[in-house]
Write a protein that binds this ligand. Sequence first.
Ligand code: SF4
Length: 472
Amino acid sequence: MSDLHAKVQQVFDEPGCSTNQAKLTRDRKKGCSKLLAPGAAAGGCAFDGAKIALQPITDVAHLIHGPIACEGNSWDGRGSKSSSSQLYRTSFTTDMTEQDIVFGGEKHLYKAIKEIAEKYNPAAVFVYQTCISAMIGDDLEAVCKAAARKLGMPVIPVNVPGFVGSKNLGNKLAGEVLLDHVIGTQEPEDTTPYDINIIGEYNLSGELWQVRPLLDELGIRILACISGDAKYHEVARSHRARAAMMVCSKAMINVARKMEERYGIPYFEGSFYGISDMSDALRNIARLLVDRGAAIELLARTEAVIAREESRAWQRIAPYRPSLLGKRVLLFTGGVKSWSIVAALQEAGLIIAGTSVKKSTPGDKERIKELMKDDMHMFDDLKPREMYKMLKDAQVDIMLSGGRSQFVALKAKMPWLDINQERHEAYAGYEGVVALVREIAKALSNPIWNQIRKPAPWENTATLNERAIHIA
Ligand code: SF4
């Protein structure tokens, strides 16, 4: 447990995290987790965060050492897609009982790992600690080590029990697990000056696949995506990449920074959402690769692809623009970078009536301020009642948010679109921005809104009077 404590302190002290660095030393020691208000939704524990970050590694068996409810809580919460193995979606748990709690669960855990290895032959087994197994003192690391030796396969301890903190802390500790046990443990068969890593991208609804074809066309190889649609061996070999793009800084900044420190892989923070951000991402990848030995003509080829794709995307967006121009959006998201989505929506001609910045870093907030010209419409927290009022008073035309706040919009009888991690549509790259615009246009023009805003037949006084006369 002292190792875990040290690791948590290390993550809280991450030099690459601007939020941490902006804090006083005293506040930094307290960590990033906030005390929860009684009755407020917790939003996931550290174990949940670790699972979210690692489960997209597709050919691995993810085994939860704990009561079945922990796995039930965290299983397949995000729609990370796989291009091959589906093993990552199989739910494995030791389903600890009172007997394990009294006698210890280590033997039970070892048997479970052995059974998985024999039945499924996975590339590796990731074993997740939970509150109960940690509190009774099960030595996850020792069991994993013994199992790895006996079974001759990687068995990786993910010692991130829920009680250590928030979901976001869990994301970062999962990154530490990869750094300590996976990255750098295998060598790629070949390397090229065009190899990159993408860090903090989870291939939600297949978003990575909206970007990959362009990289393929440019001859740029994704050595590893950490962790969307990743295979175990790709992550293990990712230390040989020439450059990296960090997509979600909140989740995996420690991985990007430490890989730069340990293996000399430079990184930049970018986004695949919106036309200009997508183009910037391609430019930055090309520039970093050229700096690290790729042929300089990559820059010109990248510009040519950008010019072609931008023009194609604008052409496809054009038919939707008249119906979107001037429409006001309330953006309530913590899942994807708020600035990135703000830019994408503005490009489509929409007006941002307000955006949440609760989960944004100081850098993200600055960028939003720049895009929106002021910070008047940035909310740290918007209560459902206020959200409802904005929608009901028609101060906005549509809300883009996660599933949890959809009912506020539906109660106000206003269009709503799912933009968070659980969404079923992919919105990355040039393809994605066209899809986003199309979905917003569809939601706004859906005839259901006019229908449900009309009074119900039994509320219509004329109909009631007519009926009264008829009865009389
Ligand atoms: S807080 Fe603990 S018991 Fe609850 S889901 Fe997370 S790991 Fe399991």
